[in-house]
Design a protein around this ligand. Structure first.
Ligand SMILES: CC(C)(COP(=O)(O)OP(=O)(O)OC[C@H]1O[C@@H](n2cnc3c(N)ncnc32)[C@H](O)[C@@H]1O)[C@@H](O)C(=O)NCCC(=O)NCCS
Ligand SMILES: Nc1ncnc2c1ncn2[C@@H]1O[C@H](COP(=O)(O)OP(=O)(O)OP(=O)(O)O)[C@@H](O)[C@H]1O
Length: 197
C-alpha cells in the first residue's frame, strides 16, 4: 500500500512521519526532495534565480530560502511561478524513490506530501492520511518553530487549502492537538485498521 501523508503547515506531518519510520515504514519526504532539487548549480535553482533575481541566491551558491519564502507566501502569483518551476522536478524524484522502494520489496511506502491536495496528487497513493490540527494550536506551533510573526505565520497557513477540505478528502484523519503519545495511539489504530501493522 502507498500511503499519502498530508496535512497543513506545522500540523505535525514530519512528527507522524518519524513515528512511521520508527514503525519500520519507508518514507518519501517531499520537503526533503524539494531541498535536493535546488542544490547549488542545479538547473532548477538556475531557473529560480532567472525568475526571482540574484537575491534568491546566497553567496555560497545555495538558495536563499528566507528571501524566496517571503516572496511566495505573500504573493500567490509568485507562488505559482515557483511551483511551476520546482514541482515537476519534485514529482519526478518522489516517484523515482517510491518505485525504488517498491522494487526493493517494500510492501508499504509512505509519501509525506504537504501539498498533496493543492497539487492534486491523490493518484500517487492508495490511501490518504491527514494529520489535522486546530487553527490556534497550528498558529502557535508554527510561530514558535519558525520564529515567525503572527502575520507571517498566517500568510503561510493561508497559502494552503483549509483543513476541512483536506479532512473530507482523507481515508483516515489523525488529530494532533494533544501530546505525541495520543497521536501515536491514533496512528497505530489506523495502521492496524488498514492492515499495515
Ligand atoms: C518557499 C521555500 C523556499 C521556503 O523554505 P522554508 O525552508 O522556509 O520552508 P520549508 O521548505 O521547510 O517548507 C515548510 C512548509 O511550507 C509549506 N510550503 C512550502 N512550499 C509551499 C508552496 N509552494 N505552497 C504552499 N505551501 C508551501 C509546506 O507545508 C512545507 O512543509 C520552500 O518551501 C520551497 O522551496 N517551496 C517550494 C517547494 C514546495 O512546494 N514544497 C512543498 C512540498 S513539495
Ligand atoms: N503532539 C505534539 N505536541 C507538541 N508539539 C508538537 C506535536 N506535534 C508536532 N509538534 C511540534 O509542532 C511543530 C510542527 O510539527 P511538524 O514539523 O511535525 O509539522 P509539519 O506538518 O511537518 O510541518 P511543515 O508543513 O512545515 O513541514 C514542530 O515544532 C513539532 O515539534
Amino acid at each position: 500500500m502507498i500511503i499519502g501523508l498530508t496535512g497543513s503547515i506545522a500540523s505535525g506531518k514530519s512528527t507522524v512521519a518519524t513515528m512511521m519510520k520508527n514503525l519500520q515504514l519507508p518514507i518519501v519526504d517531499a520537503d526533503q526532495v524539494a531541498r535536493d532539487v535546488v542544490k547549488p548549480n542545479s538547473p532548477t535553482l538556475q531557473k529560480i534565480v532567472a525568475t526571482f533575481g540574484d537575491e534568491a541566491l546566497h553567496s555560497d551558491g545555495t538558495m536563499n530560502r528566507e528571501y524566496v519564502g517571503q516572496l511566495i507566501f505573500h504573493e500567490p502569483a509568485k507562488r505559482q511561478q515557483l511551483n511551476d518551476i520546482i514541482h515537476p522536478a519534485i514529482r519526478q524524484e518522489m516517484l523515482r524513490q517510491r518505485d525504488e522502494y517498491v522494487t526493493n520489496g517494500n510492501q508499504h511506502v509512505v509519501m509525506d506530501i504537504p501539498l498533496l491536495f493543492e497539487s492534486q496528487l491523490q493518484h500517487f497513493v492508495d490511501k490518504i492520511l491527514v494529520v489535522s490540527i486546530k487553527e490556534d494550536v497550528q498558529l502557535s506551533r508554527l510561530m514558535e518553530r519558525n520564529q515567525l510573526s503572527k502575520e507571517d505565520a498566517l500568510a503561510r497557513m493561508r497559502s494552503q487549502l483549509p483543513m476541512s477540505v483536506k479532512e473530507k478528502g482523507a481515508h483516515g484523519v489523525i488529530y494532533n492537538n494533544g501530546d505525541e503519545e495520543t497521536t501515536l495511539k491514533q496512528l497505530k489504530r489506523l495502521l492496524k485498521e488498514w492492515h499495515v501493522l
